[in-house]
Design a protein around this ligand. Sequence first.
Ligand SMILES: *[C@@H]1O[C@H](CO)[C@@H](O)[C@H](O)[C@H]1NC(C)=O
Ligand SMILES: *[C@@H]1O[C@H](CO)[C@@H](O)[C@H](O)[C@H]1NC(C)=O
Ligand SMILES: *[C@@H]1O[C@H](CO)[C@@H](O)[C@H](O)[C@H]1NC(C)=O
Length: 343
Amino acid sequence: MGGPLMLWAALGICCWASSASGWSVNNFLVTGPKAYLTYTTSVALGAQSGIEECKFQFAWERWNCPENALQLSTHNRLRSATRETSFIHAISSAGVMYTITKNCSMGDFENCGCDESKNGKTGGHGWIWGGCSDNVEFGERISKLFVDSLEKGKDARALMNLHNNRAGRLAVRATMRRTCKCHGISGSCSIQTCWLQLADFREMGDYLKAKYDRALKIEMDKRRLRAGNSAEGRWTPTEAFLPSAEAELVFLEESPDYCARNSSLGVHGTEGRECLRGSRNASRWERRSCGRLCTECGLQVEERRAEATSSCNCKFQWCCTVKCDQCRQVVNRFYCARSPGSA
Ligand SMILES: *[C@@H]1O[C@H](CO)[C@@H](O)[C@H](O)[C@H]1NC(C)=O
Ligand SMILES: *[C@@H]1O[C@H](CO)[C@@H](O)[C@H](O)[C@H]1NC(C)=O
Ligand SMILES: *[C@@H]1O[C@H](CO)[C@@H](O)[C@H](O)[C@H]1NC(C)=O
């Protein structure tokens, strides 16, 4: 049990076990139904895969999914309600659902397996249901149980987080694919059996990143928002829970520009960050990273030369080894640096 809990703690996702009012995964595990202990490792792994995907998706953004932003619990002083918060909730919740669902298909748990409820039924023209459909319902339930329970608040922010947790789980469903196998005389494919399969996790990450780009801002009572703890105000959730918006990410507060360090907001700033320049295989978005991270933030791009070693001049030798030389190569890397003379 120590393992997964440590992992949750390391991820900063939970564990304010000592705070009196604080609910935590710790408490849950101690007081919660024994049965759920079965899932803790997988839940933690799922949350972690969500965080890793977040880091990948935001690698070349000003906000790059820093550790201190990864707190899903209510007891986080830095708890914000920005577009970025919405992504963290959605991807973590999706990660848990995804991992648990995969576990079921792999037969890792006794009480869940493939969804074979439709097997043998006609699905459409020329195909019938068959094989192992991923059982998302079970994964969804476990994800909801664990991730939603971290949210103890009753304010607008809590509603926002729960909404985005759900949007993350819907993303897992939305990106599922029908996969088929051909049958029939010598592969004629006159009949196919098909099953529903989870997408690659990366594909799901891309899908949620697109949702992040068009996340919806929920307008709240401005006076309440300004009074004391922002986002503490009441929020009539009708807007976010319109059926058309249920799969969308929602947020309450505009993001800072993430350029400058601001420790009270938990923002690291972009000074010192690496950016990409001149790499052929970089996407347009990556190639613009020096502008986005450095110059548009009032920093300059500093080139540093670094030596990299790699295998080269490899020769195949009979039989059967490959001999390579180690070649040294000077590579240029680019970083955001403060302009000389600026404070
Ligand atoms: C669930 O799947 C993950 C990999 O996706 C694996 O590391 C973990 O051990 C599995 N859980 C169980 C209980 O087998
Ligand atoms: C940090 O952000 C807060 C809230 O936007 C702002 O009031 C404060 O002035 C900022 N601090 C610094 C050092 O920029
Ligand atoms: C581009 O390719 C090189 C070598 O093929 C690799 O080391 C580098 O990480 C790639 N860059 C990106 C942004 O994918």
